[in-house]
Write a protein that binds this ligand. Structure first.
Ligand SMILES: [Zn+2]
Length: 376
């Protein structure tokens, strides 16, 4: 897909950068046109150009489709297919909007940032944030076209992942004194994490009021794996958990509390237990940072002015925006389609929203790249 898009968009005046994944099998694609970003103007009130961002991957189609998920199907008022809402519809309209403009006519830069493996935990955006040259500035005003039913979202939670591995010693279950059971201490670690989860539910960090359904750090013990057979003392048990930070929150204090709960659970295994020789290891597996854009950001104000939106809307899912903000981009999540049909069979995109989304993108290019009306 990246190769197709690069070929489709290549022409004089267009600068294309491929940012390959560590194993070289995938790329983030950055396509730029117009003058380079002026560092002086970047934090000025108006221009600084426009970046349109989308992820190129989709989740697997799964079962239950009424049509081939990978053939775009016309269903009257909607387009049906995997990725129509999340978020190949937006990727298409961003690509077409970019292709329509003569690079020489742009007074401020226009960029496309297309990422890989967003669905696996914003891996592409994280890699881009870690490897993109700091002196190569991208246009600050950024639209990430995740499906929000064309509501501007300027904040969302972040997701961090932790893996705990408890190591014991295998033995025949008839001779348990020769082994160390790894599952029993893992069970107590899970109980301690469950206590921490309940504690977190009662806390209200800053910004909680923007998440009425889940105004707290949500912790999820997500996966447990251990043991091989009933007559074997298990030598290993793995626990994977995730937690969702509120916008503006630092992960470190929560990670400390997670570590504390794991230590307490493990230590609480009591004296005289045969598995006291077990050991454990904690790995922080990274994740996607939360996102928070101030209300005064020009791109947020421009979209709200266009759509008449007055209320603050938050999202409970993560996006590439948490990482792209590390590149100095002001990210607003705003795109056609609804997240409610994403990751499900018969995912669709209402045609009217696709058309309206294209109109909004065109107007934002006019405002931020062509020096049209609406400048601050
Ligand atoms: Zn998405």
């Amino acid at each position: 897909m990246a190769a197709f898009l690069a070929e489709y968009l290549a022409r004089p005046g267009v600068r294309i950068t491929e940012n390959p994944s560590p194993d070289g099998s995938k790329v983030n694609l950055v396509v730029e046109a117009g003058p380079p970003v002026d560092p002086e103007d970047r934090h000025g009130p108006g221009r600084g150009g426009l970046t349109l961002s989308a992820h190129m991957d989709v989740v697997p189609a799964g079962e239950g489709w009424s049509a081939d998920p990978f053939t775009l199907t016309d269903r009257g008022d909607r387009w049906l297919g995997r990725g129509t809402a999340d978020m190949k519809g937006f990727l298409t309209l961003a690509t077409q909007a970019f292709a329509r403009h003569d690079p020489a006519a742009l007074r401020a830069p226009l960029a496309l940032v297309f990422t890989y493996d967003e669905e696996l935990g914003c891996l592409g955006a994280g890699h881009l944030a870690a490897t993109w040259p700091r002196e190569h500035l991208l246009p600050r005003n950024t639209l990430i076209g995740e499906p929000t039913s064309l509501l501007a979202v300027r904040m969302h939670k972040g997701h961090f992942k932790v893996r705990v591995t408890v190591q014991g010693v295998n033995a025949h279950s008839g001779y348990p004194h020769l082994g160390v059971n790894a599952i029993e201490p893992a069970g107590r670690i899970i109980a301690a994490l469950s206590d921490l989860r309940a504690e977190l539910v009662t806390e209200r960090p800053p910004m909680a009021e923007h998440f009425p359904q889940t105004p707290y750090v949500a912790l999820n013990v997500a996966r447990v794996e251990g043991g091989t057979a009933i007559n074997v003392v298990p030598d290993r048990c793995l626990i994977e958990l995730g937690f969702r930070l509120l916008p503006g929150m630092d992960a470190a204090p929560i990670i400390r509390r997670v570590r504390g709960a794991i230590e307490r659970g493990f230590a609480g295994q009591g004296e005289g237990r045969s598995e006291s020789g077990a050991r454990y290891q904690i790995e922080e597996m990274g994740g996607a940072p939360p996102m928070l854009l101030p209300e005064e950001a020009p791109i947020y104000r421009a979209i709200c002015r266009r759509t008449g939106q007055t209320e603050t809307v938050s999202a409970s899912y993560g996006t590439d925006g948490g990482w792209l903000a590390h590149l100095g981009l002001d990210c607003v999540i705003f795109g056609p389609g609804t997240i409610e049909v994403a990751h499900k069979p018969d995912e669709y995109l209402p045609k009217a929203e696709f058309v309206a989304g294209a109109r909004h993108v065109e107007a934002l290019i006019e405002e931020f790249c062509l020096g049209g009306e609406g400048h601050g």
